[in-house]
Design a protein around this ligand. Structure first.
Ligand code: SF4
Length: 224
């Protein structure tokens, strides 16, 4: 399936989706957003990176910033913070540069590496957009964590690519139905800026009550 311009979703939403589907829907479907210290720091970091729109030459690489991205197949659009281009026989042509160059996305993050795949999935989504735009296969990219000053390489393997494809399809489905998902099991809400909008404890209680009611009504109180 190919999505039209009007149906594209923000690529940056992938990190919200993989952190918490409900958070993604509150931001991107219900358009609720509450800034806290962590989101403000993240936004300022991205503005700093995005504002320096120039080309640099560094250790065998050409570095470009704020590259516009789009994928009709995934149905997303966005901006890559930084893309490094390295000489490669299977790369692409760059204007004003001889030879062929392979893009490698680099995403800047405020904190430190996280347990889940949210950051890796967002970076992989960027690579998949570039693959569609440039007609190349991008094997890997990097996440740079500001707090630890640490650059972490990320391989774009089949599992990660499948997770990104599935997430994009699911985000489009959620948007179409307009139904905000319930609070996922095991999600960590402590640092979520939307905790006052989401009220996860109340939601959990409510879904518990509804679940019990349905169970009693349909199954006479027995486990289905
Ligand atoms: S408060 Fe928790 S459940 Fe609600 S959006 Fe945030 S992370 Fe998700």
């Amino acid at each position: 399936m190919q999505y039209g311009e009007d149906d594209l979703l923000a690529l940056s939403g992938l990190q919200h989706y993989f952190f918490c589907k409900r958070q993604w829907a509150l931001i991107h479907v219900e358009e609720q957003w509450v800034e806290n210290v962590l989101t403000a720091e993240g936004r300022i970091l991205h503005e700093r990176v995005d504002n320096s729109k120039h080309i640099e030459y560094r250790e065998g690489a050409i570095v470009e910033r704020s590259i516009a991205l789009k994928s009709a197949e995934l149905g997303v659009y966005g901006v890559a913070d930084v893309v490094e281009f390295f000489v490669s026989d299977s790369g692409i042509k760059l204007s004003n540069e001889p030879g062929l160059w392979m893009p490698r996305p680099v995403e800047y993050k405020r904190g430190k590496p996280k347990a889940g795949i949210c950051d890796r999935a967002q970076l992989c989504g960027q690579a998949m957009c570039m693959e569609e735009l440039y007609g190349v296969k991008i094997e890997s990219g990097d996440l740079f964590y500001w707090q630890t000053r640490h650059r972490m390489p990320v391989m774009f393997d089949q599992d990660l690519r499948t997770a990104v494809r599935y997430a994009c399809m699911d985000m489009h489905n959620i948007l179409e139905t307009g139904i905000t998902p319930a609070v996922p099991d095991g999600v960590k809400c402590d640092n979520c800026s939307l905790v006052t909008v989401c009220v996860p404890k109340v939601q959990k209680k409510k879904s518990g009550k509804v679940g019990r009611y349905i169970n009693e009504y349909i199954h006479g109180g027995e486990n289905a």
